[in-house]
Design a protein around this ligand. Structure first.
Ligand code: GLC
Length: 470
């Protein structure tokens, strides 16, 4: 089977969140299962682009409304990621350092999608499955079926995976002029709430729709920023498939970004050394439990609740724990978090920004990982933390519900709470401190956490069944 993934992110070429991790790993494991799996994404001006060698494999031209442009498809020479990675170069539109955040993002991603279908229409033998991810690739199933120039593509089956339904890629009808000539009788497929809605269009037009956990699939019918009735209506073609993690990349025994390697056999010593390293680096108290938050500082992750919750937790427990917050996002949240540094020296710190190494060091050195997310389609961080023997403290939602059981329950290995509120977080911190003080139980929980397997191997066959069903 030949599968082509279309995505705005793919680690290590470009990553803004979990989407990049998933698209950077899933194809590798699909290839291991014996299928041909490839990725096409925009050519941003990232370090990975500059530090690697590329072959030009296709040059084409098409148009975005009345703007005619040339595009080039390049391929990474060595297949070092374990699969073929293709980049779409549209000069002036995509070749910028950031993935998102420009005023013309709508034009950029429509341009990307138009170039992809144009390129695909020149393949001598097309893929069996086009697997599109999130709204930046959401118009492709529509274009393949209803754009007159791309009729040759209409029999290729499409799968659409939702990594985050909070972002719809909605735009005014004026943008319809940017799409290649399309069958206007089909305008209802583009429409949602008087706008063109890329996510809704993909849900309507793809042959199968998946999202990244079963619980989130269910929640979409109640909480998807306005698309609830659509998910209710289309549920017959929708399925929730929990993500895996790349166990080769995320392995505390070999991870080059982790200062002291360890495995399930010797985690006690390994984690202690890594914790010492982190505590020295961030001026924290190695004797106290270390709770980290790693993620974007945005409402979805409930980052706005953190400053108040951390302050209350530290006051109530008489600084019984350390907190380290790693991430960037809303500036008000960033400053509120930074303000606490002077109030709680020696037990609290922040790293505003994100880089992979800082994240890996924190998974290895922390005792607990806090994820109070309001919305969490899957969540990869709790799975990384389990693998690194860091006990997850999660709000009971989406993929967090599907991957973390509470230490109060039979066989549980995490701390779960119901609400993204200061009260629930403070209570969970008290429970974490209690667990930390019971050394024997803590070690048993870490052992249990590290033995949980979220590798991609078992997940790829589920995707394969989805492909085969269409
Ligand atoms: C998005 C979601 C996250 C999910 C990731 C990969 O970033 O917010 O929950 O794990 O995509 O699917």
């Amino acid at each position: 089977m030949v599968i082509l993934h279309v995505s705005a992110e793919c680690y290590p070429m470009a990553k803004a969140g979990g989407l990049g991790d998933v698209v950077g790993a899933l194809p590798k494991y699909q290839k291991k299962l014996g299928d041909e799996s490839m990725v096409v994404m925009p050519m941003y001006a990232t370090p990975f682009l500059q530090n690697n060698e590329w072959d030009v494999i296709y040059k084409g031209n098409t148009h975005l409304g009345d703007w005619f442009f040339d595009y080039t498809i390049i391929q990474e020479k060595t297949n070092q990621l374990g699969f073929s990675l293709f980049l779409v170069d549209i000069h002036g539109l995509l070749d910028r350092p950031k993935v998102y955040g420009y005023n013309d993002d709508q034009e950029r991603f429509i341009g990307f999608q138009v170039a992809v279908v144009n390129w695909l229409s020149h393949w001598t033998s097309p893929p069996d499955i086009l697997h599109c991810h999130d709204h930046q690739a959401g118009l492709i199933p529509f274009m393949m079926k209803y754009c007159f120039d791309y009729e040759v593509l209409k029999n290729i089956k499409t799968v659409f995976t939702i990594h985050n339904a909070q972002y719809h890629g909605a735009m005014g009808w004026d943008k319809s002029l940017l799409l290649p000539r399309w069958d206007t009788w089909k305008h209802g497929l583009l429409e949602w709430n008087n706008s063109i809605n890329s996510l809704a269009t993909a849900v309507k037009c793809a042959d199968k729709v998946t999202t990244v956990s079963q619980t989130y699939m269910h929640q979409l019918k109640f909480q998807s920023a306005g698309l609830e009735s659509l998910f209710e209506y289309e549920q017959g073609k929708c399925v929730g498939i929990l993500n895996g993690i790349d166990n080769e990349l995320w392995n505390p025994a070999t991870d080059p970004m982790v200062p002291f390697h360890y495995s399930i056999e010797n985690f006690e010593e390994g984690k202690r050394k890594n914790k010492q390293f982190l505590c020295t680096k961030y001026n924290l108290d190695v004797e106290k439990p270390l709770i980290v938050f790693i993620g974007r500082l945005v409402g979805e992750k409930a980052a706005d609740v953190l400053p108040g919750a951390i302050q209350h937790a530290l006051d109530k427990t008489n600084c019984g724990a350390n907190f380290l917050v790693i991430g960037a996002g809303d500036t008000a949240t960033e400053s509120a978090l930074n303000y606490l540094i002077q109030l709680y020296p020696g037990v609290y710190n922040t790293f505003i920004g994100y880089d992979e190494k800082t994240g890996h060091e924190a998974y290895a050195g922390a005792d607990f990982l806090l994820m109070p997310s309001r919305v969490e389609p899957c969540g990869l961080n709790q799975m990384y933390s389990l693998r690194y023997g860091t006990v997850p403290m999660v709000r009971d939602t989406g993929g967090l519900h599907d991957t973390v059981t509470d230490i109060g329950d039979e066989g549980g290995f995490g701390i779960r709470f119901l609400h993204a509120t200061e009260e629930d977080i403070v209570y969970s911190v008290e429970r974490a401190i209690g667990l930390f003080q019971d050394k024997e139980k803590m070690q048993a929980i870490i052992h249990k956490a590290m033995s949980i397997d979220h590798s991609w191997e078992s997940v790829v066959s589920i995707y394969k069944n989805v492909y085969q069903s269409i």
